[in-house]
Design a protein around this ligand. Sequence first.
Ligand SMILES: NC(=O)c1ccc[n+]([C@@H]2O[C@H](COP(=O)([O-])OP(=O)(O)OC[C@H]3O[C@@H](n4cnc5c(N)ncnc54)[C@H](OP(=O)(O)O)[C@@H]3O)[C@@H](O)[C@H]2O)c1
Length: 342
Amino acid sequence: MQELKLAFIGFGTVGQGFARLLQSKESILIEEHDLKIEVTTIIDKVMGMVVDPGGVDLANVLARVERDGKISNEMEVDSRQMIKDGNFDVLVEVSFTDIETAEPAISFIKAALQSGKHVISTNKGPPALAMKELEGLAKENGVYYRYEGTVLSGTPCLNLSSEAMRGVSIHSIRGILNGTCNYILEEMEQGTGYEQALNTAQELGYAEADPTADVEGFDAATKIVILANKLMNANLRVSDVDRSGIVGLTTDEIKKPDESGFKTKLIASAHRKNEKVNLQVGVNKLTLADPLANVNGVLNAATFSTDTLGDVTVIGPGAGSKATAQSLFSDLLAINDKLTTY
Ligand SMILES: NC(=O)c1ccc[n+]([C@@H]2O[C@H](COP(=O)([O-])OP(=O)(O)OC[C@H]3O[C@@H](n4cnc5c(N)ncnc54)[C@H](OP(=O)(O)O)[C@@H]3O)[C@@H](O)[C@H]2O)c1
């Protein structure tokens, strides 16, 4: 049986969701994948840390987090050094996203790859800013860096296109990559004003207290950069995206679809023109026949326009503890498959 030791950096919504998933699927991992997982390290800036080379008791850690709101009072030491020296095979990088610098996550990922450890991550910053460098580093060190959950969370997207659809040429991608904006626009179609729709999104936990990254289109821009660089062989940055968000839209501009015949959506797109890939994020009016027009609430979606398959659209959750944890689970199993397939 293959054994893999994991270390978590970050233990918030996604980290805890992944710990729960590992627990609930332990027997499936053993019986169907011949894989035994042990978590040896968890480090979180707020929650504290736990290190046990013999395997952390996840049930106990999750119970402590539920009861006390933290793992321990022990606070982070030098995380990079712990990543370099730690006794584990795979770093689960689920710390905070900084869209501008992607730090400290990039340094954590580099430390892991350089010390021969695989990385699975849901953090958008590092692949948006340094995908080629990190993938090169992984290759150089004979390990894997996978980040399926950075776009569409656990809904198959990056791996679907780069693995299941291997060999197709993608000439454009259009997506609803931000569930918060999709929710707000749908509320506005029913006549609710922007501010009120945003407040409701915040009350429901869909929007952050500071909603700038979502409503000004930065989050969608970051994700379309990841898609274009990974799947269309582009080499673009967030500043290359022609971006506008949903701030300032009025209900007059967003008529009910049954009156106008259109749905209003924030669309992120990548189009290849000659040798160049152009990226855009902005509000589009879609005819009701467009599959993206029927993506409701906080769901996400992406349509890939290809040479051999025509259009392929995936629709599913784009956030949430369990759905995002699923992306880590599938990345972990993909690494295990590569390590055990001869
Ligand atoms: N939640 C989702 O649905 C979702 C979906 C797709 C992708 N993601 C991405 O997945 C990652 C994790 O998301 P999340 O929702 O779990 O976030 P979260 O609940 O805020 O958890 C992140 C945790 O990591 C901690 N952290 C930050 N910097 C750290 C460091 N230097 N060392 C150790 N721990 C650190 C945070 O502490 P502080 O609070 O002090 O920063 C926080 O406790 C983010 O990059 C996010 O963008 C999330």
